[in-house]
Write a protein that binds this ligand. Structure first.
Ligand code: ADP
Length: 244
C-alpha cells in the first residue's frame, strides 16, 4: 500500500525514527469531544496525520426488531474509510479490512459499555476515517470512547489505544504508516486504565517472548498518555477547562 522507499532508515544511529520521533515518543495527539449537532455524542481526533470523526447514536430502537436482545443492549460499530483518506483512492465498497476493524473496535468497546443498562436497544458508533496514516484502529477506538462518553452512555471506563511495535530490532511506541509497512511488528493495544484491562490486542509480525512483553508494557504506558488526553477532551467540553 502506497509507495515505499526500500532504503528508508527506520531508526538512525541516534535512535531517531523516520519521522523524527524518539523510540518511546507518540505522535501529536489532539482530541475534541462533541462537534456533531445531529449525533447524541461525537468526537474528533488527530493522531499524527490520522484524522477521524466519530458519531454516536442511541440508545435507540433496534430495526429489525429480531436483532435486539431482551437482556441487554447491543453495540454496533461501523468503521469507514473515505476514498480520499489514503494516497491512492480507496475503493468506496466496504472492504474486508473495514469489516474486520469494525468488529475488533466493537469487541474492544464492549467491556467498557454498560450494555445491561439499556436492554432491547442499540448504540451505534459511526467512525469516519478522513485521513489515514497508520494506526487508524487505535485512534478510532480512542475517539469512539470519547464520543460514547459524550453521548452519556453509561460506561465502566474509556478505552484508550495506541500501537507498540518493532523496527530495526527495537521496540517502539506508536507505529506510523511507514513503520507499519516496512517495520518488523505492529501491536495495536486498547486498554481500560481503571480496570487495568486490555480489551484490544493484535499482532502483525514476529516478536520474541521478551519483545512481546516489552511491547505490551510500552503499549499500556502509551495508552495511559492517550487516556489523559481523552479526559482532557471531556473536561474541555463540559467544564470549560481550556488549559493545555
Ligand atoms: P491501521 O490503520 O489500524 O494501522 P492497517 O494496519 O490495516 O490498519 O493499515 C495501516 C495503514 O495502511 C492505514 O492506516 C492506512 O494509512 C493504510 N491503508 C489502509 N488501507 C489502505 C488502502 N486501501 N489504500 C491505501 N492505504 C491504505
Amino acid at each position: 500500500m502506497g509507495g515505499r522507499d526500500a532504503t528508508m532508515v527506520l531508526l538512525d544511529e541516534n535512535g531517531i525514527r523516520c519521522d523524527g520521533r524518539k523510540i518511546d515518543e507518540p505522535r501529536r495527539i489532539m482530541i475534541k469531544a462533541g462537534g456533531l449537532k445531529n449525533a447524541d455524542g461525537s468526537a474528533y481526533i488527530e493522531f499524527g496525520d490520522n484524522k477521524i470523526l466519530v458519531g454516536v447514536f442511541g440508545p435507540r430502537d433496534v430495526h429489525p426488531k429480531h436483532m435486539s436482545n431482551t437482556d441487554t443492549g447491543i453495540l454496533r460499530v461501523r468503521y469507514h474509510m473515505e476514498p480520499f483518506s489514503v494516497g491512492e483512492r480507496k475503493n468506496p465498497a466496504p472492504s474486508r479490512r473495514e469489516i474486520e476493524i469494525s468488529k475488533v473496535i466493537k469487541e474492544a468497546l464492549e467491556p467498557a459499555v454498560m450494555l445491561e443498562k439499556f436492554p432491547r436497544t442499540a448504540v451505534d458508533v459511526f467512525i469516519e476515517i478522513l485521513q489515514a496514516d497508520g494506526g487508524t484502529r487505535c485512534a478510532a477506538l480512542t475517539a469512539a470512547s470519547v464520543a460514547l462518553a459524550d453521548a452519556g452512555i453509561p460506561m465502566r471506563d474509556m478505552v484508550a489505544a495506541i500501537a507498540a511495535g518493532k523496527v530495526a530490532d527495537t521496540v517502539i511506541l506508536d507505529v506510523n504508516n511507514e513503520e507499519d509497512q516496512a517495520g518488523q511488528a505492529d501491536m495495536p493495544i486498547g486498554y481500560m486504565p481503571s480496570a487495568e484491562k486490555i480489551t484490544l490486542l493484535q499482532l502483525d509480525g514476529v516478536l520474541t517472548p521478551e519483545e512481546y512483553k516489552k511491547c505490551v508494557e510500552v503499549g499500556v504506558e502509551g495508552c495511559k498518555l492517550v487516556y489523559d488526553l481523552q479526559k482532557k477532551a471531556l473536561n474541555d467540553k463540559y467544564f470549560g477547562n481550556k488549559g493545555d
